[in-house]
Structure formats: structure tokens, C-alpha cells
Design a protein around this ligand. Structure first.
Ligand code: NDP
Length: 453
């Protein structure tokens, strides 16, 4: 058994019932094989064994009172995975599916993603099994306050800087940050994704979606292609999906789909800016289901209980580019095959680990331009890093400045992936090996410098 296979086996043994975490570790480790031969010093220093073990994992009780006066108890998590290159940084996810294994997979991915951005940020992730869906604003506020009542003691602007993720948007960040400010009696950049009036950055809400489209544009350019005239399929209908749609339009393409956990809409005419505005109001203000889109726009069709990828498979819908932007493991092998069969030649992952390992194999076997989440969706955390810089300097950059920096970062990440892939014996377009190797090397060098800690 190879050394890295042993690392995977040990991780599996130590972390039973955490399939998403093991999946993430396996995917990274298997693409690092060539670094083992090239860097025996990393083996000697136990870097690979140490990098799969979080620095610390905090699990806490979150009691809160619902609108009927009943006490509810949720579970809160913060996994501080690795701070070799900077303070822990990574979002908070509020979703009923959240458990320790999911937070660990996200934290592990974040270590490599943050390293790729070239900004000084370590990796962490947190969240709760709280479901904001169907809750009143007051309930969400009371939950966020209860969550922060414990989290505050583990975070700080130089220690750990959380942000949003699924179920944690502008509203939740406002409640979380407000409570942190109150109990700490200080106004610091301890969360990112803040509102503009209290320390946020322009372009942060747009950053992940815009970044995923910029990354797709970079991949397309390697084949002398662009987004102009292309048909895209986007899954999800939250923050990442919405701004991916906006950027696809700005770059001359059209998106035909959105989804939520209840079902999928397909609009063959494309979701233009006016329709996107409707979706933003539906999802961000009214907090309703995507099904309503099909009632408002009869040219579209709603598929109850189906994902975008299942609908594309069943209906043989032609698409050029896919932007999975909902959740992990949303594209399986059959759906990946169906995408390829229907003409899809580029996949840029807005979500984290949205494609199963078999699905990824399909994309690589068919020469699809495949941008894995840790590279393609790194725009969000990059602009979070820029928000931290602005907070430290106590100033606000113009929209154009942040957007330009975001574009440069996405270009650099793309080039770094290509360079690392080539340097370690893979095809330049193997972004999965490229992103893992490039992300790993910087963290490994820092860990080596510190000695065994
Ligand atoms: P949002 O909460 O804004 O939106 C999530 C969307 O995905 C919703 O439409 C939601 O539907 C859908 N969804 C969530 N879980 C499931 C599920 N299990 N099955 C089907 N649909 C689901 O989250 P974001 O847009 O912020 O995040 C989307 C993805 O992007 C996640 O993988 C996240 O980790 C990743 N990401 C986000 C970043 C950010 O800056 N926000 C940064 C980098 C990555 P419903 O409302 O019905 O739950």
C-alpha cells in the first residue's frame, strides 16, 4: 500500500461515519502521490499525517426559544483545521444536514482553497443543524445570538474569521456580528460578508458566483472559447447561483436553470436580468420556493423533487457549461455522463465537492474542462480576505477595484493550477491535481518551517 493510501486508511479508521470527510481526504491525497517522491522531507516530518487532523474541533449546545415560547436545542460546530499560513478562515453553514463530518470536509477543503488564493488565510469551517427555512426573522435572530454566545470565545480577527455559507447570508451575518460586537464590546473584522454600512466589502455578495464564471472563462480560453453564445445550467438558487447567473449574462451567455431542495425549473429562453431580479426577491426577501418561478414565467417548466442534473439527463437538454452551485455530491456518475452526452464540455464548481468521485472520473475521461470547487469557487473567500484587509486599513475600496482584484486572483489561481499540474507530471488542464498540489505545497512548507507542533 502506498504511503498516502495508508494515510487515507488511518483517517478512515479514526473517523468512522464521516463519508464526506473521507471523500475529501481521499481526493486530495490521491492527487499528491507525486509530491511524496519529490519531497521526502514532508514524509519525514509527518506533514501528510498531520494535515488530515484538524487543529481543534469545537461542538457546542445552542439553546434558543421559538416564537411559541418553546425551547429548541441545536448543535453548533467550529472546526479550526489548519492555521499554518494565516488565521482560520471559512464559512458557517446552517442546514439540517450539518454534522461533524460535513464541517470537517468543508474545513479540509478550505485549507487548500485558501492557500490557492495567495492570501494569508488558514482553513476552518463551522455551522449548525439549525434550519432557517420557515423560521421567522425573530427566531433566526435568537438562534444566531445563541450561536454566537458560545462561538465568540473561539474566534477573533487574528484567530479565526468566519463568513457565510449555505443558510448564512447577509441577514444571519448581521445578527451574528451584532451580537459579537455587543458581548466583546469591539468593532473588528471578525466576520466577513458584513453589510456595507458596518465594515463589509463591495462585491463580497457577488464574489463566489462571479469568481466561478471568471474561472470558467479562463478554462474556456485555453481552447479559444468564451462564454459568448453558450448555454449554461446552474443549480441552486441562493447566493452563488444568483451571481453566477448575473455574470454569465454579462459575459454573453445564458443560463436556463435554477433549483432548490424542492425541485428544478428549466427556462429554455434563459433567465435574463429581469427574471433574475424576480428570483432574488423570491429567495432573498420572500424566502419562497423556486416552483413559483414557473407560475410567474409560463415559458419555463418545474420538475418537482428533481435536481437540475437529473432533469438534464431525463429530458436530454443541451448545455455547454455546468455551474453546480447547490451542495455536495449533487452530480453522480450517470448525471455526469448525461451532461457529456448533451454537449457539456466545461464544469465550474460554485459549490463545494458537488461532483461524486465517479462523476469527476467521467469528466476527466471525456476531456471536460473541469474546475473543482476549491479552485473555481475560491473567489468568495478571496474577497473575504480583501474585506479583512479593508477592515485593517479602515477603508472601503471602490467596486471596480475589488472586482479587478477578484479577476486577477481567479486568473492567478487558474495559472497556479496549470503550473503545478505540469510541474508534477499531469496535463496542464488537470485542475484537480493542479489545485490540490499548489494548495498543499504552500501549507506544507509553512508546517515544515514550524517544526513538529
Ligand atoms: P445558499 O444558502 O444561498 O443557497 C443554497 C442553494 O442550494 C439553495 O437554493 C438551496 O435550496 C440549495 N440546496 C442546499 N442544500 C441542498 C440540498 N441538500 N439539496 C438540494 N438543494 C440544496 O448557499 P450558497 O449559495 O452560499 O452556497 C451554495 C454552495 O456554494 C455550497 O456548496 C457552499 O458551500 C458553496 N460556497 C459558497 C460560498 C459563499 O460565498 N456563499 C463560497 C464558496 C462555496 P433550499 O433553499 O431549498 O435549501
Amino acid at each position: 500500500m502506498s504511503y498516502l493510501r495508508e494515510v487515507i486508511a488511518k483517517t478512515e479508521e479514526k473517523n468512522p461515519s464521516q463519508p464526506e470527510f473521507i471523500q475529501a481526504v481521499e481526493e486530495v491525497m490521491l492527487s499528491l502521490e507525486s509530491t511524496v517522491d519529490r519531497h521526502p522531507e514532508y514524509v519525514a516530518a509527518g506533514i501528510y499525517d498531520r494535515i488530515v487532523e484538524p487543529d481543534r474541533q469545537v461542538i457546542f449546545r445552542v439553546p434558543w426559544v421559538d416564537d411559541s415560547g418553546k425551547v429548541q436545542v441545536n448543535r453548533g460546530f467550529r472546526v479550526q483545521f489548519n492555521n499554518a499560513i494565516g488565521p482560520y478562515k471559512g464559512g458557517l453553514r446552517f442546514h439540517p444536514s450539518v454534522n461533524l463530518g460535513i464541517i470537517k470536509f468543508l474545513g479540509f477543503e478550505q485549507v487548500f482553497k485558501n492557500s490557492l488564493t495567495t492570501l494569508p488565510m488558514g482553513g476552518g469551517k463551522g455551522g449548525s443543524d439549525f434550519d432557517p427555512k420557515g423560521k421567522s426573522n425573530s427566531e433566526v435572530m435568537r438562534f444566531c445570538q445563541a450561536f454566537m454566545r458560545e462561538l465568540f470565545r473561539h474566534i477573533g480577527p487574528e484567530t479565526d474569521v468566519p463568513a457565510g455559507d449555505i443558510g448564512v447570508g447577509g441577514r444571519e451575518i448581521g445578527y451574528l456580528y451584532g451580537y459579537y460586537k455587543l458581548i466583546r464590546n469591539e468593532h473588528t473584522g471578525v466576520l466577513t460578508g458584513k453589510g456595507l454600512d458596518y465594515g463589509g466589502s463591495l462585491i463580497r455578495p457577488e464574489a463566489t458566483g462571479y469568481g466561478a464564471v471568471y474561472f470558467a472563462a479562463e478554462m474556456l480560453a485555453t481552447r479559444n472559447e468564451s462564454l459568448a453564445g453558450k448555454t449554461a445550467a446552474i443549480s441552486g438558487s441562493g447566493n452563488v447561483a444568483q451571481y453566477s447567473n448575473e455574470k454569465v449574462i454579462q459575459m454573453g451567455g445564458k443560463n436556463i436553470s435554477f433549483s432548490d431542495s424542492s425541485g428544478t425549473i428549466i427556462d429554455p429562453e434563459g433567465i435574463n436580468l429581469e427574471k433574475l431580479e424576480y428570483v432574488m426577491d423570491l429567495k432573498n426577501n420572500r424566502r419562497d420556493r423556486i416552483k413559483e418561478y414557473a407560475e410567474k414565467y409560463p415559458e419555463s417548466r418545474y420538475y418537482e423533487g428533481k435536481s437540475v442534473w437529473e432533469v438534464i439527463k431525463e429530458q436530454s437538454i443541451k448545455v455547454d457549461i455546468a455551474f453546480p452551485s447547490a451542495t455536495q455530491n449533487e452530480i453522480n456518475e450517470d448525471q455526469a455522463l448525461a451532461l457529456v452526452k448533451n454537449g457539456c464540455f466545461c464544469v465550474s464548481e460554485g459549490a463545494n465537492m458537488p461532483t461524486t468521485p465517479k462523476g469527476v472520473e467521467v469528466f476527466l475521461d471525456h476531456d471536460v474542462l473541469y474546475g473543482p470547487g476549491k479552485a473555481a469557487n475560491a473567489g468568495g473567500v478571496s474577497v473575504s480576505g480583501l474585506e479583512m484587509s479593508q477592515n485593517s486599513m479602515k477603508l472601503l475600496w471602490e467596486k471596480e477595484e475589488v472586482d479587478n482584484r477578484l479577476q486577477i486572483i481567479m486568473k492567478n489561481i487558474h495559472a497556479e493550477c496549470q503550473g503545478a499540474a505540469e510541474a508534477y507530471g499531469f496535463k496542464r488542464c488537470n485542475y484537480i491535481c493542479g489545485s490540490n498540489i499548489a494548495g498543499f505545497l504552500k501549507v506544507a512548507r509553512a508546517m515544515l518551517a514550524y517544526g513538529v507542533i
